[in-house]
Structures are given as structure tokens and as C-alpha cells.
Ligand binder design. Structure first.
Ligand SMILES: [Zn+2]
Ligand SMILES: [Zn+2]
Length: 261
């Protein structure tokens, strides 16, 4: 079992001690985990940044160890259309094992929060988020895996609480997945949608299509922000990876590792 999307107190939206995350991973028999703390940028209000200090990251994680769990040091970098230089600079400042690239802010607001939905109806919101994602994946190269492709639907403020379906936005989803596949970037199966919208983010039809479009890298992650959710629903995500690819991937020093399932 693997969990390659976990936040600790280094993220602005978590207070969990990293050692509690490691203990939870040990209890569940996970083989390998990656911390992926937020390093996020607002795409419009550019002075707003939800980022950690690299020295604090180093102080927190460099000494963290476990006898049974391989611990990788990663980051969830918030992609915008203009922050390629900021990503390069971050990666120059620390040897991360894994870079998850995610789109959060869209038009100045994060869909997770209510303000975004005040300004956008459901269809407009979904389309706007996917268009923003497409622009970001066209412009960025320096990340390993695209996080939660249909994150926009996960919000508690979404009017329907339904997942964003591949069939409803197939053209633009194809463009996004084709773009990352051609760059050798992978996709994530994020399990945090299971409780929120009843499906993985994204669902198996996206993953099948990603493979058809040439995608080769697949990771799984819980997006846990505390120790209670570490590894949650990962076995279901691994079933999807097994059915579609026959393997799942992890990363060390930004190099992909394939694990046969
Ligand atoms: Zn995220
Ligand atoms: Zn996350």
C-alpha cells in the first residue's frame, strides 16, 4: 500500500504533526508515503501565497524516519499560468522526491471555498476550472504528476455535490490528459472524493482514457490533512490502477518507480 498525497502542519490547512502521520502509516502497514505540503499561489491576487518556509520543511522532515515505511519528501505545488519560475526556484532550494502539480485557484478563488461559487454557476465553474487546468499544464513542465484532475467538484459548496464526469467534458479532459501524457507527466487517483462526491478524483473512465492517450504514470493518494485519513480508500484506488495499468508508481529523487500490482 502506498499513499502519495499527505499534508502535515507544514501546510496552511493542517495542524497535524508529521510523526502522527508516520505512526498512522505504520499501523496500516503502508510501504511508502509522500508528504505533499501545499506551496500554493493565487492566480489573480498574486500577493496571496499559501507556502511553507523551505528551512522549516528541511528541519521538520530531514530527521523523520521509520523502520517500516519509506518516507518521501514531496510538495503539492499550486500551478498557475505564471508561476513556472517560482516552481523552478523552489526545486532549486530543496531536493524533493516528488512534485505533485495541482490547480486550486481559478479566477482568484479556490473552488474549495464559498466565494468561488458565488461568482460561478455549476457548469461555468466546472468548465472554468478545466480551462485553467489546461492552460497550466500547457505552460508547466517541471512536475511529476497532475493532482486531482476534477478537484473543482469536491467542494462542500458545490450546488449538486456530484462528480465532474468525463463524458460531460470529454474534449477538454482529453486535451489536458494528452498534454501531460506527451510531457511524461502522470495522473493521480485521489481518494478524497469518495466521501464527498461518491467517487475517486478522477474516476476510472478518466484513468482508462489517460492510458489510451499515452499516459504511463499513475499514483494514488488520500489527500489526508490529519492522521485519521492516511491510507483511506487507497485499496480501491489501487484496484483501478491494477485494472488499467497493472502497476502503480511512486517517486524517489524525482525518478519514477513502478510497482507491479
Ligand atoms: Zn490539492
Ligand atoms: Zn492536497
Amino acid at each position: 500500500m502506498f499513499d502519495f498525497h499527505i499534508h502535515s502542519k507544514l501546510s496552511f490547512d493542517s495542524t497535524c504533526e508529521p510523526c502522527k502521520i508516520v505512526s498512522a502509516a505504520e499501523r496500516q502497514g503502508l510501504k511508502e508515503i509522500s508528504f505533499t505540503d501545499h506551496y500554493d499561489f493565487n492566480d489573480v491576487f498574486v500577493e496571496q501565497r499559501d507556502i511553507f518556509a523551505v528551512q522549516e520543511y528541511r528541519d521538520t522532515y530531514d530527521s523523520l524516519d521509520s523502520d517500516t515505511v519509506k518516507i518521501r519528501r514531496g510538495v503539492e505545488f499550486g500551478l498557475t499560468q505564471w508561476n513556472q519560475k517560482e516552481l523552478d526556484e523552489l526545486l532549486d532550494s530543496y531536493d524533493f522526491d516528488f512534485v505533485l502539480g495541482s490547480v486550486h485557484y481559478t479566477g482568484g478563488y479556490d473552488p474549495y471555498f464559498e466565494e468561488f461559487w458565488i461568482y460561478n454557476g455549476l457548469d461555468a465553474a466546472f468548465e472554468k476550472y478545466l480551462l485553467q487546468t489546461l492552460e497550466c499544464v500547457k505552460k508547466h513542465y517541471n512536475f511529476d504528476v497532475l493532482g486531482h484532475l476534477n478537484y473543482v467538484c469536491k467542494s462542500l459548496h458545490s450546488p449538486t455535490r456530484k462528480p465532474l464526469r468525463y463524458n460531460d467534458y470529454s474534449d477538454i479532459c482529453d486535451e489536458i490528459m494528452k498534454t501531460i501524457a506527451q510531457k511524461g507527466i502522470g495522473m493521480e487517483i485521489n481518494t478524497s472524493g469518495v466521501d464527498r462526491v461518491g467517487d475517486f478524483l478522477p474516476s476510472i473512465d478518466f484513468i482508462r482514457r489517460f492510458k489510451e492517450l499515452g499516459g504511463e504514470i499513475i499514483t494514488v493518494g488520500s489527500d489526508a490533512h490529519d492522521d485519521t485519513r492516511v491510507g483511506q480508500y487507497i485499496s480501491g484506488a489501487l484496484e483501478i490502477a491494477k485494472e488499467v495499468f497493472g502497476y502503480v508508481c511512486t517517486f524517489e529523487n524525482r525518478k519514477v518507480i513502478h510497482h507491479k500490482l
